[in-house]
Design a protein around this ligand. Structure first.
Ligand code: GDP
Length: 140
């Protein structure tokens, strides 16, 4: 298995409830290393650019409003199979369908306010990491 990097975002519903540490513990307990991390308040422009792929979806505006509603924690996770592993730790998009023990099952408030984002492929991970981090901000 390859060592990969993936982009994670702890979303505003989770920072509002002070869940950053609990969510980070899920990643670290599963063997992923947090090698870059920053707490930021996204601008509307940044949220729209980050989710540009979803521009045509009916929930795009609501999603962008949610993502700027409070601080987020953007982070780079590294480890074996990090992209798929992080998706597994997060669980399904809809918390009602997420497996027991996943972040979204345990913490998400709704299909939109679902506590965490994780890149869905290695290619997207590279693009999403570059969106938020320069090489100097990543310390393996
Ligand atoms: P993910 O890869 O599991 O995050 O899911 P998607 O890429 O399909 O969707 C991106 C984000 O949009 C999700 O994490 C949710 O925050 C939000 N989202 C997805 N589906 C819906 C929906 O049906 N309604 C609303 N309001 N938000 C959604």
């Amino acid at each position: 298995m390859a060592i990969e990097r993936t982009l994670s975002i702890i979303k505003p519903d989770a920072t509002r409830r002070n869940l950053t540490g609990k969510i980070n513990a899920r990643f670290e307990d599963a063997g992923l290393r947090i090698i870059g991390q920053r707490r930021v308040r996204l601008s509307r422009e940044q949220a729209e650019a980050f989710y540009a792929v979803h521009r045509a979806r009916p929930f795009f505006n609501d999603l962008c409003s949610f993502m700027v509603s409070g601080p987020v924690v953007v982070q780079v996770l590294e480890g074996e199979n990090a992209v798929a592993k992080n998706r597994e730790i997060m669980g399904a998009t809809d918390p009602a369908k997420a497996a027991p023990g996943t972040i979204r099952k345990d913490f998400a408030e709704s299909i939109e306010a679902n506590s965490a984002h994780g890149s869905d492929s290695l290619d997207n991970a590279k693009q999403e990491i570059a969106f938020f981090f320069s090489g100097l901000d990543i310390v393996p």
